[in-house]
Design a protein around this ligand. Structure first.
Ligand SMILES: [Zn+2]
Length: 261
């Protein structure tokens, strides 16, 4: 077999999809051709890299459509001959894989090491720890007259603690937690079986900002600032419902106590 005959078959060869005769012919060629053998090695490395669990991220909404559009545009731009090469040549396979990875990474990972991104990651970590370490609350009460005073004396600010039961977000309790190496109030609410952690801490010199929603590790996070306090709400709840929760809290958060001491 020639290089031109072997190259289109290597994917199938690696995947064990060739019949015995062609598989042996490809193998014989790979044993004698350095260029094709190198191509096989990089394809296998690519496969291994893709099977690595650390690379797995939940695809954001619309990813499939964006990939399809990008591939279609690339196909148009390259024309017929290049199209064949892209499908069957080494460069083509690698380029398609790199394109896919670039789109996935750009869609999922932070675009820059902004402080907010690190905090968002911590918010999810804290949320998960509260659920898995069986330490959701230090004070367990659906009564904000119980939860709110509990924070007094434990923090140098008083977080907003509300009873949102009538709006479908019953209060579960509260606990102390950490974000950015600072102690924060974690006020816990519930929506059906979904737990919501609302982290509250004072923020200096920050203008009020509207709730912004983002997805991190499969969880929805809503962040906003109001009246000198920063809020992070995190939950497995849908973006729409968590957004509604944020709106409810935000409406009342102008009445919140500012930092004291
Ligand atoms: Zn060859």
């Amino acid at each position: 077999m020639t290089c031109e005959e072997v190259r289109p078959l290597v994917h199938a060869y690696i995947d064990g999809e060739l019949d015995v005769v062609r598989s042996l012919a490809v193998e014989a060629h790979l044993n004698t051709c350095v260029a094709c053998a190198r191509g096989e090695t990089s394809l296998r490395a690519l496969r291994t890299a893709f099977s690595n669990g650390a690379l797995y991220h939940e695809a954001p909404a619309g990813l499939e459509r964006r990939v399809r559009v990008a591939v279609r545009d690339a196909r148009r731009a390259e024309g017929g001959r290049r199209f064949a090469l892209r499908h069957y040549g080494w460069g083509g396979a690698a380029a398609a894989a790199v394109l896919l990875v670039a789109i996935i990474v750009r869609g999922v990972l932070p675009t820059g090491p902004a402080a907010g991104d690190l905090t968002a990651r911590e918010v999810v970590d804290d949320h998960l720890r509260s659920l898995t370490a069986n330490h959701l609350t230090d004070v367990l009460s659906s009564n904000h007259h119980t939860v709110k005073p509990w924070f007094d004396g434990r923090l140098n600010f008083t977080p907003l603690v509300e009873d949102l039961g009538t709006e479908g977000f019953p209060l579960v309790g509260g606990r102390l937690d950490y974000l950015d190496n600072r102690q924060v109030a974690a006020v816990v609410y519930r929506r059906r079986q979904h737990i919501i952690n609302l982290f509250v801490s004072p923020v200096e010199h920050a203008a009020d900002s509207l709730p912004v929603i983002q997805v991190r590790g499969g969880y929805n996070i809503v962040h906003w600032t109001k009246s000198g306090m920063a809020y992070w709400a995190v939950s497995s709840l849908s973006a729409a419902e968590l957004g509604k929760f944020a709106q409810l809290v935000r409406e009342d958060s102008s009445a919140v106590s500012t930092p004291h001491r």
